[in-house]
Design a protein around this ligand. Sequence first.
Ligand SMILES: Cc1ncc(COP(=O)(O)O)c(C=O)c1O
Length: 362
Amino acid sequence: MIKPYLKDFKPYPPGKPIEELRRELGIEGKIVKLASNENPFGPSPKAKEAIIAAASELHRYPDAGAYNLRTALAQKFQVHYEEIVLGNGSNEVLELLVKALIDYEDEALMSEPSFLMYEKFVQASGGQITKIPLKNFRHDLANFTKKVSQKTKIIFLDNPHNPTGSIIYHHDFERFIKDLPENIVVVLDEAYREFNEDPEIANGLLLKDGKPPVVTLRTFSKAYGLAALRIGYGIMKKELAMVLNAIRQPFNVNLLAQVAAEAALKDEDYLAGILKTFSSERKKLFKALEELGFEPYPSQANFILVNTKKEARPLYEALLRKGVIVRSMEAYGFPTCLRISIGTPEENEFFLARLKEVLSGA
Ligand SMILES: Cc1ncc(COP(=O)(O)O)c(C=O)c1O
């Protein structure tokens, strides 16, 4: 029989795919998707070359230990190779952490809202979830401290936070960690870290071996433009990494993902160029949204949460009819907001032009 706590389980609501919108609304012209915080510029050309070169090896299983990629990551972050766990997206590393740390009825703490997969993985394992409301669109660390109980095993913090784009400052994070019991693992999910421009952002790597230990999660899905290949990683103290590497599937990260990620990681110039464009586009989009009378929240990620000051669903749907997919925020508890991923300059122009048409009733 199905476990009782899985009965009301709802699937993760992904951003609407372009082809689905085309089919549903019969749109033939251009469609721009600004809904899943992807990198619209795509990965480094070197990543694509690496994939083509690796195609001749498709009949072999990949390196289960992903030695080359883990060595490159270890060098970049100045950590030990054995402290890195790769996953089929950072999502898988999240899942492995829950598997390793949450027993039936153990508890995980997370903000309300935050990345939806945290609660899904905990629910699926029969664990308990305690949600701490955001305060002024930021993680309320003081309230997390108050809510910690004997059963708390993991604290999830997305930094930058999804969907607001706000960040935790390092001095606040250090103070927070100091007050926690030692048997908790704090997961700092840095899926959007590369887009951050604030030097005061928390640095989980410095606290990797602390008490309690901090796990830092990163992904190749966002700034590195490899979302389709599904590859992410966690950096954590060796004892924990060894457990995660022991319970994962041996070939959880495929060959193409491994070689593309390594090539993308090493192409630092390409990444720097992309990040520069994201930065200027984020500023441009923020200003344009303000000028339209909306309230965008300052973001250190590749998306902007914007308060439209009234129920946002009609606007979301009107944009769909005009070929623009953004993310509605009902599932995150922000019914007056939309989350807009930063696109290419052309995509952002297209979005703003369609938005202005909708607002003027055209
Ligand atoms: C905060 C956060 N963490 C993790 C992920 C998962 O990324 P992936 O599994 O593609 O590495 C996402 C994806 O949207 C995210 O927003």
